[in-house]
Every structure is written in structure tokens, then in C-alpha cells.
Design a protein around this ligand. Structure first.
Ligand SMILES: [Zn+2]
Length: 594
């Protein structure tokens, strides 16, 4: 990975691109007043509740709540990571993505690397036609010409200068082939040689269908049996999934994705009409993989060989999956009979029986977890059950708080025959006891109506340009109310960058937990029209500061009253202050949480 993308570039990018154009190229938009409407691409609907606002450069669905900027849209819709989405959008508006701090990879025009790899893929599939060994291998595995063509399967000839001598004939192309690991520099000598030789080649495509790397299966007794392109500016193993592009092309709606271990499994299943299989590329399934999978389907089924290696890989997948487990996500595990992989099994028993295996034999993640831990402990003894709880603790701790975690604790309770509440104290206790230092104003943006902080934040999100016309009153940052730091930061961001649009502003909060709250606020209906917005913001800020002064003075008088008698004037003042404080109805709200 090269260096970070500078913030000002993201600002520029959001300002220069047009969200209506980005979305309009992918979804049919209809003009509706100042906005556009469409049937939501993220949920099934007949009447359009998906709106795109060119002023805010922001989309929002009133049906499913999906929302975001042009970058967010590309990430969701195309299944891209943040960097990829930035590159995609930059390509659309003709900007070159700069990197801060240099980074370790030289920045070369990506488009040319993609083109070179596409040429490499064409070279390999051309070579396949003349290789009886490779064709025989594919035939023997039961693959048809159609599937080979669809997946772009090819053959790397048994030569040190096959690809290099042909596609890599020009210095530029050679450079791109080196960058992407297709060629290797000769040790000590000059020139370079082909990395893949005498192998069946599987192009690895990104979510947009561009070839970004290759996987090669050795023919004969070449070592290693399977080999992938190394990491490159185009290819990150921890993110890419083989077959995902092809699955999305073959199927309109995918509710379940099957994760298998190798490209032959993906292709073999596709040959038998099972089109929803994908494979990781020589790594365990990562959180980034899962995020990508769950953007497309709500169920993921891991399919593992029944041998020891398969079981080990399954357990690693479980551990990696835990932090991302939440409602609406379902992960099952399917173990195949020993000695089989999905490819060999589907060839032996056919599509129907293989599919029904998934239905009847896949077990939910929670069951798998309990089963594995049970196998390691003796649940009939007290010691064994205690050991079980000890083993479960670090796993439960990896789960985010929520319904899923509670359900798993209940399930463990059944196994160890323990009251859920006692178990919760044992399992969850360790996590809650040292109570992370609370950052009170974070994530505690009160939802109460008439909450001034929230109101001011909403105004800034709806009309970012008004920040320049309103002075920040002294003492604002000292106001003891939830969300005040967020408000102050927004004001500062807009002061420093007066031209920021709503979308550009939201992009600055992408990695902050408060970011989603801000996006929800940005999508809410504005309380005032633009004309009244400056006045409204000014009043809100002044009010916040004045109220804080009232509160402080009241506290001061009250603590004085505890030590000595107040003068009559002070008593009157305190009464008045308390009336003001209570009257605003917001004193009680101060402690409320979002
Ligand atoms: Zn929707």
C-alpha cells in the first residue's frame, strides 16, 4: 500500500464530482424538484424512496435508510474499498490520486497496469488453445469450453520468456508486468523471466471485472501446486475474492455466498450450475472479506474440507468472523466428507445432492463454536464446564455487543448448565468491569427535540456555507453538553475550508464513530429554510453559552449556600437562575444518551 490520500484531495474530489452523474450512470434517476428520485438499488421496492440531492451531494433512502456520498455509493454499489472508490471517482473526473509520505510503491498510472494484465489474460487464453496438456487437464476436471471462457481460464507456456517476450515486449509493458509480479528480475543478471510457467491460469478480477492478478495451477509435478500473484498496487489478498465478479454477473440477487478454498472449486461448482461460490486467495477469510461478502448477501456459508487442515482453517475463519457478527448477518459452516473438496464432491454426487448438503448439513457459527469447545472439554464435570467458560470468554469478548452476542451467551449457558445471568457476569464481566474511560460527549448526542447542540449540528450539515457568517461565541467549547466537541470541530472544519459541501464534510468523519449519526442528521428534513439558517445558528450558539453561564452561576451559588447563608439578593438570583434552568426543559436532558 502506498501512502495516505491527503484530506484536501478528498475535499476536491467530492467538490469536483457530481453525485447525480455517478449514481445516474448506474441507476435510473428521475428529476423531482431540486432532487432526483429512483427505486433504491439497495433494497427491493416498487415505489421510489431513494433520493439524490445535488446540493448536498448526498443520497438517502427513506425505505432502508441507506445514505452517503458519491464515494460511499461507489463502495456500497460496486463493492469497492475506500481507496478503490477514491481511485474510481478520481478516474471519472480525471484527477490523479496523490499519496502522502511517498509510500513504498511508486505511483504509476493504474489504467496502464490494468490494460497490461488484460493483455496477459488474452495471451494465456490464446496459449490454452494450443496446449493439449492443459486442455486435457480441464476436460478431465469436467470443465466445458463455455465455463473456461467465462472465467477466462488460460495456459502459461513452459517457457522463461513466454509472457515477457510477447506482452512484455515494450519497456513500459515490462514495467507493469514487473509491478504486478508477472515477471521477476533475474538474480544478479539482466532482464527478467516469467513468474508463471506451465500452469493453468485463472485470472483474478476485481468487483468491476478488471484483471488484477492471476492464480496458477501447476501441470505435472511443478511446485508449488497453486501459486498466486504477489501483492501489488492492484492486488490485495486480504480483500479480493476469486469468483465474486463472475457470481454477481451470473446472478441478479444473491442471498447466500458460498466461500470455498480454491479457484478450481469455484469453477467446478459453476460448471454444475452452483454460481454463488467464491474463494479467498491463499489467506484466511479476513474482516475485509466478510464486509465485502455481507454487502452483497446476508448469508455466508464457509465450505471446508473435512480433513485436519480444513478444520483448522474453519476455526480461523470463525475467529476472524466474530468481530463482524451482528444482526442480519448469518454465517454457517459446512464440512465435507474427508478426502473431498467441493469440486470433487459436486462431480461425484451432482448439483442437487450438493445443494441439499448446504441446506441440511451446514451448521450456524454459534453451533460450530459450542461443538468445538465441547469436544475439548468434559461437560459432565464441573471442572470441564469451568474450562469451557474459560475457552469461550475470549471468543465472546470479540463479538460486538448486541443481540447476537446475547444469544450466543444463552446458547453457551445451555451447554454448561449455568444461569444466563451468572454466565453473563462471568463472560461479559471482564469486559465491562474496567469500564473504558468514558468519553462522555462522544456518541452521546441527545436525541431530544429542541436539543440545541443537535439543532446547530443539523444546520451546519444542511447549510455548510453559513458557518462563515456566524461567529463562534467564546466559551462554546466549555459548554458541558453532549456533542459539543462535535459541534466545535464541525465549526472549525468549515472555518478552515469554507467551500466544503455537506458530502465533503461527511467524508471527513468517515472513520469516526459519530460519522453515521452525522449522516443521519444530514439526511433529516431541515427545520428552517436557508434564509433563516444563519439567524437560527447564531441564536443556538449564543443560547448554549448563555445557558452554560446560568448553570455555572447557579452551581456556584448552591455550593456557597451549603457553607454559609446567602444574601437576599443572592437568594433571589439563585431562584431566578433555577427557574431559567428548569424552564428551558433541557437541564434534565443533559445526561441523556443517544
Ligand atoms: Zn433503500
Amino acid at each position: 500500500m502506498s501512502g495516505r490520500i491527503p484530506q484536501h484531495f478528498i475535499d476536491d474530489l467530492i467538490t469536483r464530482s457530481d453525485i447525480a452523474e455517478v449514481i445516474g450512470a448506474r441507476v435510473r434517476l428521475k428529476k423531482a424538484g431540486r432532487e432526483f428520485k429512483a427505486c433504491c438499488p439497495f433494497h427491493d421496492e416498487k415505489t421510489p424512496s431513494f433520493t439524490v440531492s445535488p446540493t448536498k451531494q448526498f443520497y438517502h433512502c427513506f425505505g432502508c435508510g441507506a445514505h452517503g456520498t458519491a464515494l460511499g455509493f461507489l463502495m456500497e454499489y460496486e463493492g469497492l474499498g475506500f481507496i478503490e472508490a477514491v481511485e474510481e471517482l478520481a478516474g471519472l473526473v480525471g484527477m490523479e490520486v496523490p499519496r502522502e509520505g511517498g509510500g513504498d510503491a511508486p505511483v504509476r498510472p493504474r489504467a496502464e497496469s490494468y490494460a497490461t494484465l488484460a493483455e496477459a489474460a488474452a495471451f494465456f487464453s490464446q496459449k490454452l488453445k494450443n496446449s493439449t496438456v492443459a486442455v486435457d487437464y480441464l476436460k478431465e476436471r469436467g470443465l466445458s469450453g463455455e465455463i473456461a471462457l467465462e472465467f477466462g481460464i488460460g495456459y502459461a507456456p513452459d517457457s522463461w520468456e513466454g509472457l515477457g517476450g510477447s506482452v512484455g515486449a515494450t519497456p513500459e509493458a515490462r514495467r507493469h508486468l514487473l509491478d504486478t509480479g508477472m515477471l521477476k528480475p533475474r538474480k544478479g543478471g539482466e532482464g527478467c523471466y516469467d513468474m508463471f510457467r506451465h500452469r493453468v491460469m485463472f485470472p483474478i478480477r476485481d468487483p468491476r471485472g478488471r484483471v488484477i492478478a492471476f492464480g496458477g495451477r501447476a501441470l505435472g509435478d511443478g511446485e508449488p501446486k497453486y501459486m498466486n500473484s504477489p501483492e501489488s498496487p492492484l492486488f490485495h489478498k486480504g480483500r479480493e475474492l476469486y469468483g465474486l465478479y463472475e457470481a454477481r454477473k451470473a446472478l441478479r440477487d444473491i442471498s447466500t455466498l458460498l466461500v470455498v478454498e480454491g479457484y478450481m472449486d469455484v469453477v467446478g461448482l459453476a460448471q454444475h450450475g452452483i454460481r454463488n461460490a467464491v474463494a479467498t486467495l491463499g489467506t484466511a477469510c479476513t474482516e475485509a472479506h466478510l464486509d465485502r461478502l455481507f454487502r452483497i448477501a446476508e448469508n455466508v456459508v464457509f465450505c471446508f474440507d473435512g480433513d485436519r487442515a480444513g478444520r483448522k482453517a474453519a476455526w480461523r475463519a470463525l475467529e476472524n468472523a466474530l468481530p463482524g457478527m451482528r444482526e442480519g448477518r448469518r454465517i454457517d459452516f459446512l464440512f465435507l466428507p474427508e478426502g473431498h473438496d467441493p469440486d470433487s464432491l459436486v462431480r461425484e454426487e451432482g448439483t442437487e445432492r450438493f445443494s441439499s448438503r448446504i441446506e441440511s448439513q451446514a451448521i450456524p457459527l454459534s453451533e460450530y463454536l459450542v461443538r468445538e469447545l465441547s469436544a475439548q472439554t468434559d461437560l459432565d464435570s464441573v471442572d470441564g464446564r469451568a474450562r469451557f467458560v474459560e475457552l469461550a470468554r475470549p471468543l465472546v469478548e470479540r463479538l460486538p455487543e448486541g443481540v447476537y452476542r446475547e444469544m450466543l451467551i444463552d446458547r453457551i449457558g445451555q451447554s454448561v448448565r449455568m444461569e444466563p445471568s451468572r454466565l453473563r457476569a462471568l463472560l461479559g464481566g471482564a469486559r465491562r468491569a474496567p469500564a473504558k474511560p468514558r468519553r462522555p460527549s462522544r456518541r452521546r448526542m441527545s436525541t431530544g427535540r429542541g436539543n440545541l447542540v443537535r439543532q446547530a449540528i443539523a444546520l451546519l450539515l444542511h447549510y455548510p456555507q453559513i458557518a462563515a457568517q456566524v461567529e463562534t461565541p467564546t466559551g462554546l467549547e466549555a459548554v458541558d453538553q453532549a456533542g459539543i466537541d462535535v459541534l466545535a470541530r464541525l465549526l472549525a472544519q468549515l472555518r478552515e475550508n469554507p467551500g466544503l459541501s455537506t458530502a465533503a464534510l461527511l467524508e471527513r468523519w468517515r472513520d469516526d464513530p459519530v460519522g453515521t449519526h452525522l449522516a443521519t442528521l444530514a439526511a433529516s428534513e431541515p427545520l428552517v429554510e436557508e434564509e433563516g439558517a444563519v439567524e437560527e445558528l447564531r441564536n443556538s450558539l449564543l443560547h448554549l453559552v448563555a445557558r452554560e453561564a446560568t448553570r455555572r452561576r447557579a452551581d456556584e451559588l448552591m455550593s456557597k449556600a451549603r457553607e454559609t447563608a446567602l444574601s437576599d439578593a443572592e437568594k433571589l438570583e439563585l431562584q431566578r437562575l433555577l427557574r431559567e434552568r428548569g424552564g428551558s426543559g433541557e437541564a434534565a436532558e443533559q445526561g441523556s444518551t443517544l
